[in-house]
Design a protein around this ligand. Structure first.
Ligand code: SF4
Ligand code: SF4
Length: 99
C-alpha cells in the first residue's frame, strides 16, 4: 500500500454508535466524505453490526460538498476538527455553520 501524507481536519468525535466505522464514539474510517451540496450529512455512514477493529485511527475528512458552510473552501473542509452526530433521522456534521 502506498502512503500519503496530507493535512486534513479530523473527526474529533462521532456519537453514531450504530455506524460500522464507529468504535468508542470515534470514527475509525481513514477519511469520511460529507454532504450532498446543501445537507451536511456523513456520506460514509454505514449501518452494520460488524464494526471495524481499528481502535487507534483518527478519521480525516476526505471531501466536503457543503459549499454553504463557512468552513468549506473549494469543496474541502478547512476547520481543525469536526463532530458528527444524529440530527433527527440524519447523521450530520454538527460543526456545520451557514455562511
Ligand atoms: S463520522 Fe460517519 S463514518 Fe464515521 S463513525 Fe460517524 S457516521 Fe460513521
Ligand atoms: S464543518 Fe462544514 S465544511 Fe467542514 S465537514 Fe462540516 S459541513 Fe463540511
Amino acid at each position: 500500500m502506498k502512503q500519503l501524507t496530507i493535512d486534513t481536519p479530523v473527526v474529533a468525535s462521532c456519537t453514531v454508535g450504530e455506524c460500522a466505522y464507529n468504535l468508542d464514539n470515534s470514527c475509525r474510517a481513514r477519511a469520511i466524505t460529507v454532504g450532498d451540496g446543501v445537507h451536511p450529512g456523513c456520506d460514509t455512514f454505514f449501518m452494520e453490526s460488524g464494526h471495524v477493529h481499528e481502535s487507534k485511527r483518527v478519521a480525516g475528512i476526505g471531501a466536503c460538498k457543503v459549499t454553504q458552510c463557512r468552513f468549506n473552501d473549494d469543496l474541502e473542509c478547512i476547520t481543525e476538527a469536526i463532530s458528527v452526530g444524529r440530527a433527527g433521522s440524519s447523521v450530520n456534521c454538527m460543526t456545520f455553520a451557514a455562511r
